[in-house]
Design a protein around this ligand. Structure first.
Ligand code: TTP
Ligand code: MN
Ligand code: MN
Ligand code: MN
Length: 372
């Protein structure tokens, strides 16, 4: 008896912000390969190629089942020739020669190690590699001048490259809430970034802070930082002051609206609770009583809170796709501060993420389904 084998053909909308992407990825082998190529492109300063691979990986993350044949991908967007070749190799032989060669490449390994230092970007890492510095040891020995962030990054390298767990994120949250409550009673602290999307670990912990009374949040960051510092919680911090003025700037420079809140990049000294201080924290003298954790703090006026919440919850690709959708499909300009409608020549107000999705003509996607 002849049986036709049924193979599902997948299809999914083309913008990541039109799709529901949970952490339950059925195509991790494929998306890991594409993400590695994306990472390499980004580390080589080829951002356009990086985005193309990120989009391809994100389209596969949204599929409900593992892909087994190339013919199933007919309705899947964002797959260019290069991505399809990699997918084909992985489906046929379990691995892509290009990706495996990349994994072994000295340059890629060096770029990962060096940009793994907090404060070291792609350009600095590339310059050091050009000078023959490929490892942390060579960096320490040859001693190029490091700035304050890089010195902290090198000093706490192991801690900062160890994933932060949910329990640790909760411990940081308790500290930030105590700080906010002490310097501005009534201030509200919200966990954002990957942990808000439901991730079990992160490379840092991100918080958005506001106050229900507009204006009361002004000048909060310096007070917060000095409280944290006085209590011994800070190993490093760099604060940027708010420079966003809606009326003065308008929607003209949307991309640069990205970091105009009061914002603090920091490294916390987080006390390790008894019973979970062991793993990885040890030096010669046994477990240390604390570990270093990267923490990002953002302060927003309550009138911009929904935009800030949406803009800082991620994923990075989901955010990028939201802004692309707004611009290309709606003739609007979305930032973490506001949504401007070019057709109506006015700002569209919102006090919740749901309202922003509605303004954008998109179905609401909750944080746990923004893991594109
Ligand atoms: P990250 O902390 O870099 O990423 P993450 O929390 O999604 O992942 P991880 O677990 O590795 O920490 O960024 C958090 C979000 O903030 C992300 O969606 C991008 C966004 N963001 C910036 O990073 N910079 C900005 O200036 C703005 C406005 C948003
Ligand atoms: Mn599933
Ligand atoms: Mn984060
Ligand atoms: Mn962050």
């Amino acid at each position: 008896k002849l049986q036709t084998e049924e193979v599902e053909v997948f299809s999914t909308p083309s913008y990541a912000c039109q799709r529901r992407t949970t952490l339950d990825n059925h195509n991790a082998v494929l998306t890991d390969a594409l993400s590695l190529l994306a990472e390499n492109a980004e580390l080589s300063g080829e951002d356009g190629r990086g985005v193309a691979f990120r989009r391809a990986a994100a389209a596969l993350k949204a599929l409900p089942l593992p892909v087994t044949r190339l013919t199933q991908l007919g309705g899947v967007p964002c797959l260019g020739g290069h991505s399809l070749r990699v997918i084909k190799d992985v489906l046929e032989s379990g691995a892509s020669p290009e990706v495996e060669a990349l994994r072994r490449s000295e340059r890629f390994k060096a770029l990962k190690v060096l940009t793994g230092i907090f404060g070291v970007g792609v350009k600095t890492a590339g310059r050091w590699i050009g000078e023959g510095i490929l490892t942390l040891r060579q960096l320490r020995d040859s001693g190029p001048t490091l700035n304050r962030a890089q010195r902290a990054g090198l000093r706490h390298y192991d801690d900062l490259n160890r994933p932060v767990g949910r329990a640790e994120a909760a411990a940081v949250a308790a500290v930030v809430e105590a700080a906010a409550g002490s310097v501005l009673p009534g201030a509200r602290v919200t966990l954002i970034g990957g942990f808000r999307r439901g991730k079990q670990t992160g490379h840092d912990v991100d918080f958005l802070i506001t106050h229900p009374e507009e204006g009361r949040e002004a000048g909060l960051m310096p007070k917060l930082v000095s409280w944290l510092d006085s209590q011994g919680f800070l190993l490093y911090q760099k604060t940027n002051s708010n420079s966003y003025l809606e009326a003065a700037e308008g929607p003209a420079r949307p991309a640069s609206n990205m970091d105009r809140f009061e914002r603090c990049f920091s490294v916390f000294k987080l006390p390790e609770e008894a019973g979970r201080g062991g793993a990885g924290a040890g030096g010669e003298g046994g477990p240390r009583p604390w570990r270093a954790v990267r923490v990002d703090l953002v302060v927003s006026p309550v009138s911009q809170f929904a935009f800030a919440l949406l803009g800082w919850t991620g994923s990075k690709l989901f955010e990028r796709e939201l802004r692309r959708w707004a611009g290309h499909e709606m003739n609007m300009c979305l930032s973490s501060h506001a949504l401007y409608d070019h057709r109506q020549s006015r700002y569209l107000r919102a006090s919740s993420e749901e309202e922003i999705f509605a303004h954008l003509g998109l179905e609401y996607i909750p944080p746990s389904e923004r893991n594109a």
